[in-house]
Design a protein around this ligand. Sequence first.
Ligand code: SF4
Ligand code: F3S
Length: 111
Amino acid sequence: MTYVVTESCIRCKFMDCVEVCPVDCFYEGENMLVIHPDECIDCGVCEPECPAEAILPDTEDGIEKMLEVNKEYAELWPNITQKGEQPEDAEEWQGKPNKFEEQFSAKPGQG
Ligand code: SF4
Ligand code: F3S
């Protein structure tokens, strides 16, 4: 089992999650984070920390696609262990639909 960052994170990227992860298994893309599924120890402490409710366990229905995205990009993007500055318009993107299709960026973040 692992926890997964879902598309709700895209362009919100609040980063409260990285501050609480005991094993530093978050990786940073240009406009979202992902969790490395092989490094996550399933402690669950990040889930309630996310203001966008973007983190879910992989037992959730319909999460397979985002699990694959987390797995793929955790290998490509830099590790992030400290909260950086959230996007200025982060709140405006909270709860918006179709963010993966319309807003996902494969570019790495700064880590
Ligand atoms: Fe880190 Fe625990 Fe969240 Fe996994 S569930 S990403 S180990 S804080
Ligand atoms: Fe994203 Fe939530 Fe973390 S918006 S960066 S998963 S706190």
